[in-house]
Design a protein around this ligand. Structure first.
Ligand code: ITT
Length: 204
């Protein structure tokens, strides 16, 4: 029987790590872009997480014969009118990176009091096959932007994302604790249920 493989179309190592853990146990081997389509990049131009995740998923699913999952995610800060939003990965121009992106958020929020530092993470995941969307899901988690970075776990804006039910930033949580409550964890659990049913069908 041929092994079933599912393409996780992301170049972000933080996402790959979290999604591999969240999809564990499914009857597919999860492969990354580097393994099966190295060097192929997709330029994100959409105005919403859904537009980007959909376009990314369809793009890669046309180059790959099996199931393709792509996700678009980011941080929305209320006092910044939803920025950085879909440009979360590239916020601090001209040198975006986790640290410079975080510094820019802190600079823009300097002097803003705690109750006006509300933020949320959003994650949209789209599953496609051969140029056709099969399912899209969206997960969110609410928090607020801390006044200084705390913790070393996770990636991206996690040292700034304070989650009050646990009284910690996401970077202070274990990988398991973050996945239990995060936008990505919530979205993946919805997608998992669907894939589990699909996985009981005939192999490809
Ligand atoms: P791919 O497009 O290859 O998947 P990317 O990092 O460019 O990778 P996005 O355009 O979806 O992906 O950008 C997501 C950014 O949002 C990410 O780089 C972080 O800055 C931020 N982000 C999303 N989820 C996060 C999380 O769980 N923790 C911290 N930051 C997160």
């Amino acid at each position: 029987m041929t092994e079933r493989r599912l393409l996780l179309a992301t170049t972000n190592p933080g996402k790959i790590r979290e999604m591999r853990a969240l999809f564990k146990g499914l009857p597919w081997r999860i492969v990354g872009l580097g393994e099966v389509l190295p060097g192929l990049t997709f330029p994100e131009r959409g105005r919403t997480f859904l537009e980007n995740a959909r376009a990314k998923s369809l793009f890669y699913s046309r180059k790959w014969a099996g199931l393709t999952l792509a996700e678009d995610s980011g941080l929305e800060v209320e006092a910044l009118d939803g920025a950085p939003g879909v440009i979360s990965a590239r916020f601090a121009r001209p040198r975006p990176g986790d640290e410079s992106n975080n510094r820019k958020v802190l600079r823009l929020l300097a002097g803003v009091p705690e109750k006006r530092r509300k933020a949320r993470y959003v994650c949209v995941i789209v599953l496609s096959e051969r140029g056709r969307v099969i399912k899209a899901v969206r997960g969110e988690v609410r928090g607020r932007i801390a006044v200084e970075p705390r913790g070393t776990g996770g990636f991206g804006y996690d040292p700034l994302f304070y989650y009050s039910p646990l009284r910690k930033t996401f970077a202070e949580l274990s990988a398991e604790a973050k996945n239990r409550v995060s936008h990505r964890g919530r979205a993946v659990r919805m997608m998992r249920g669907f894939l589990e049913k699909k996985g009981q069908g005939p192999g490809r």
